[in-house]
Design a protein around this ligand. Structure first.
Ligand code: GAR
Length: 229
């Protein structure tokens, strides 16, 4: 897990690990910020932590080499970026292509980068959400794996939107980890491939907090009338 801040997604992963709701082994928490609260959360949960100080490396390439070395130490099956606020260079990303995923607080491809809530508000969007995608060298532009969509409310604020989304982002991340643990998930020809089947569109998290692989009701949608018949 790579993080730069609060670490609430790491805490959600630790919760899932400890309750055995997911077969997770969180092998390390790596950060570019020594003061990241997520590192404290990791330490308290007995997860090895690593701080790779950007100030100690002359350029991105040498920084990424050290990051890659640290990642390699723990031999992860999957590298999770949750709030890791640093762009990874192409060499590192391509080395782990298909094995690095990122959580982003927008309905990608809308609003890559920062300030996603205000940009959705300024655009007059009616919905917003979060995405999980494979990491590729282009910022927030890798193939989408899954999304969750929420309505933007009247007189909404970025803070209100973030407060509503963040607990649901945790569910989206856990649903993605569940997907990787129960299925064979690959990035093939830049397309999401699950158990040998290519998916042209991202999965949508269903109301039960799992991915709707077989047409269950997406998050936030009213129950279908058909179901009552
Ligand atoms: C999450 O809201 C995630 O969507 C966002 O950082 C937060 C991390 O929270 N990621 C990005 O903005 C990436 N561009 P956390 O530190 O509490 O897990």
């Amino acid at each position: 897990m790579l993080l730069s801040g609060r670490g609430s997604n790491l805490a959600a992963m630790i919760g899932a690990r400890d309750s055995a709701s997911l077969p997770l082994d969180i092998c390390s928490a790596i950060s570019n910020r020594n003061t990241a609260k997520g590192l404290e959360i990791a330490r308290a949960a007995g997860i090895p932590t690593v701080f790779v100080d950007p100030a100690s490396y002359p350029d991105r390439q040498s920084y990424d080499q050290e990051l890659g070395r640290q990642i390699q130490e723990s031999q992860p099956d999957l590298i999770v970026l949750a709030g890791f606020m640093r762009i990874l260079g192409p060499e590192l990303v391509n080395q782990y292509r298909g094995h690095i995923i990122n959580l982003h607080p927008s309905l990608l491809p809308k609003y890559t980068g920062l300030d996603t809530y205000n940009r959705a508000l300024s655009a007059g969007d009616t919905h917003y959400g979060a995405s999980i995608h494979f990491v590729t060298p282009e910022l927030d532009a890798g193939t989408l794996i899954g999304q969750v969509t929420l309505p933007i409310e009247a007189n909404d604020t970025a803070e209100g939107m973030a407060n509503r989304l963040q607990p649901i982002e945790h569910l989206l991340l856990l649903a993605s980890l569940e997907l990787f643990s129960l299925h064979t998930v690959r990035l093939i020809d830049d397309m999401l491939n699950i158990d040998g089947i290519a998916h042209e569109k991202p999965l949508h998290m269903a109301a039960d907090g799992h991915f709707a692989l077989t047409g269950s009701q997406p998050w936030g949608q009213p129950e279908s009338q058909d179901k009552a018949r």
